[in-house]
Design a protein around this ligand. Sequence first.
Ligand code: 5GP
Ligand code: MN
Length: 339
Amino acid sequence: MNPHEVNTVRALLSEPQQAVIIPHKNPDGDAIGSCLGLYHFLRKLGHDAKVVAPNDYPKFLKWMPGNNDVIIFDKQTELAQGLLDKAALVFTLDFNDLGRVGPHMETALKQLKVPMVMIDHHQAPSDYAKVTYSDTGMSSTCEMVYRFIEAVGSTEIIDADIANCLYAGIVTDTGSFKFPSTSSDTHRIAADLIDKGAQNSDIHSNIFDTNTPARLHLLGCALKNMVIKAEVSTAYITLSQAELDQYQYKKGDTEGFVNYGLTLEGIKFAVIFIENKEEGIIKISFRSTGEFSVNDFARTYFNGGGHKNAAGGRSERSMEDTVAYFESLLEKHKKDLNP
Ligand code: 5GP
Ligand code: MN
């Protein structure tokens, strides 16, 4: 954050405030971890902070300290709306555009007149916040919240609650410290969080060792469905609603499946298409290694976005048509994928 932004935030926090902290829809570990990390920090400073998530999230994120205080907008709409109406300050974390909270909550947020503070590491931030702390070079929003605390207050204030939440987001968004966005500073911050009480091994277990037999069977189905297009260094997976139903799909079950494509030698572009009959869409996740920008790809063709090597999007066509369209795009981008 630049000195002007730091001063603006300090002024906004100069008196005890009612603050609402918001992650994106379908929040992941970084979204929930950063919101709850900031929540504990603001409360320690004497503010009345609340986290309002657009919708519910998987059980493997519900162990974080403060989780029981999180309000779910689409389940507790009246309570959530009341908090938004009373808020003097809104923080939006781990997303770059108000549309990322989903249409209902977006409408509610657009009616607010109070200042917003964005903390986010996605590309191309929209211009809705009074303070836009955006840094696409950061591993995670949790790493940014650590730096935010350092700039606005002091890292001395970080206790075990804050440390556990921030560490959880760093570990998820860096793929356990293996993605290229992991810097030496990321490791220094993670080390400091452990010194301050983050239970690193337990956090890893809480997030990653929560498989059910049904989820492993769904993974088996996904891997069987994988199509490998070696000539364009691409592997993609499809999961139909019928397959999800067959393995009693629960929110979060497909998390990480897309990454398996990249574990194949020579594959640089991995994609998963997941049918959602209720919403009438195919939700798509894109991952790449190296220079091929899945952010551009998702933005250009699938109404989405994200980061250079990890992005998401959607299609309103059937699975069959979506995949056919995708295959035509692979042909079009043959040179980019196989330079
Ligand atoms: P995932 O594939 O895990 O859902 O998302 C990968 C990354 O892309 C995340 O950082 C996520 O925030 C972003 N992302 C996922 N879906 C969308 C989308 O529909 N629009 C935009 N702008 N970003 C997305
Ligand atoms: Mn993130």
